[in-house]
Design a protein around this ligand. Sequence first.
Ligand code: ADP
Ligand code: MG
Length: 217
Amino acid sequence: MIQATDLSKRYGTAARPIAALDRVSFRVAPGEFAAVVGRSGSGKTTLLSLLAGLTRPSQGAVQLFGQDLATLNETALAKLRGNTIGFIFQFPSLLPTLTVLANASLPLRFAERPEPERPGALLEQVGLGERIHFFPHQLSAGESRRVAVARALVNRPGLILADEPTGDLDPETELTILNVLLEAHQQGATLLLATHNPALAGRADRLIRLESGRLKL
Ligand code: ADP
Ligand code: MG
């Protein structure tokens, strides 16, 4: 499903490089639930964006579904993401001029097999059934986060990349989000979840530990 080989990402200048990720290699098998754990700044977000092809590595390779991302152009990457990856950003943003329902429905436009009923059903599942005609500015932070989760799952992605999807949320909202993610996982999706939360990480089949950009065994 995922194979990262010798993956590095450097920021900064040649004189003062910052190694956000330093020669990281691992595999995630189809259907696995792996948690990426590590302190703030350890490289979790960098890793997830490399895996989704949102950032290009300085060195090393990512293979997803047997395809080397380096061989894909931006159009092919966008198509791969649209059909197979559900990405939950650490700081998700909704389009301010669209309703909750329209925001959650956006990925359907790029889907090969859209399911028009699904956004409403997912919003119901995350407890926003009464809010589907609201606009983003009318939502609390936790509600916005739940819309972003619904949006990520709307195309039934085979791979879910979730970047601290429950960061700064109350325990009840956290549980709602976790349950939706676990349900998608039980239906066969591979789940890679970055988190600080030991209780959340404890639910994973496996931990991928990062420390200053390096894999810690
Ligand atoms: P985490 O998600 O674990 O908190 P990040 O992947 O966001 O960690 O960041 C890892 C390191 O890379 C940090 O030191 C951060 O400052 C640096 N970094 C991340 N993104 C950028 C960027 N776009 N430009 C420069 N440095 C960055
Ligand atoms: Mg992060």
